[in-house]
Design a protein around this ligand. Structure first.
Ligand code: T5A
Length: 208
């Protein structure tokens, strides 16, 4: 049986990495092997692009160049890690995927959603997660969590102002509103264990 593909999305500090690990552990207890991976990155080629796109001055790249780099990184990640893992029957939990490009480069930076989807069709043959969780926390709370983790060190996106991050959050909510079959908005406030419980409840149809 092919595996299930889950993506975790949301703004900075929403708790995606924390929940990806917790979900994999909870699935492991149920006898389900889950591979945890991330974007940008997750494969050797995509990790090389990650360094290019996240480091340096905020204005190092424009939104179109960023969109192309994220799509290229994703194409490599999908071909070399995600599809083979799913074909081997593993579940894949991906910390960010296509919807991050739609929210950051699309909603917040003005790149056309149809163009982002067309690039995804070309680069990754349109692979979509079976289920996507958007972890929703107020921007200030997410920023505080990220600062608690990173201190002053940030990447090119985290360094942008509150207005940018509010636009990203609206972008994610719009995707969740428009694609309810795939995308579920999850309250990611409160302690991490409570958020994991909410996520597992949203997977109960697959775990019964
Ligand atoms: N990007 C990415 C794009 O612009 N377009 C794209 O297509 C893609 C794929 C990637 C950057 O690239 C941009 C978006 C990003 O800006 P990254 O380094 O991979 O950056 O990091 P992010 O994915 O941004 O990770 P975040 O900083 O958003 O953090 P997470 O993973 O959401 O949060 P996490 O789990 O690390 O938690 C942060 C801190 O909060 C604590 C954790 O212990 C940690 O210290 N925490 C909680 N504290 C209290 N209550 C909870 N419930 C908590 N959950 C976690």
């Amino acid at each position: 049986m092919p595996g299930r593909f889950i993506s975790l999305e949301g703004g900075e500090g929403a708790g995606k990495s924390t929940q990806a690990r917790a979900l994999a552990a909870a699935l492991g207890h149920r006898g389900i092997e889950a591979v945890v991976t991330r974007e940008p990155g997750g494969s050797e080629g995509a990790e090389a692009i990650r360094a290019l796109v996240l480091q340096g001055r905020v204005d190092r790249w424009g939104p179109r160049a960023e969109t192309l780099m994220f799509a290229a990184a994703r194409a490599d990640h999908v071909a070399t890690l995600i599809r083979p893992a799913l074909a081997a029957g593993c579940w894949v939990i991906c910390d960010r995927f296509l919807d991050s490009t739609r929210a950051y480069q699309g909603a917040a930076e003005g790149v056309d959603d149809a163009a982002i989807l067309a690039l995804h069709d070309f680069g990754s043959q349109g692979l979509l997660p079976d289920r996507t969780f958007v972890l929703d926390v107020p921007v200030e709370q997410g920023t505080a969590r990220a600062i608690g983790r990173d201190g002053a060190g940030t990447d090119r996106f985290a360094a942008r102002g509150a207005g940018f991050h509010q636009a990203v959050a609206r972008g994610f909510r719009t995707i969740a509103d428009r694609e309810p079959e795939r995308v579920r908005l999850i309250d990611a406030s409160g302690d991490a264990a409570a958020v994991t419980t909410r996520l597992l409840a949203e997977l109960s149809d697959w775990l019964a």
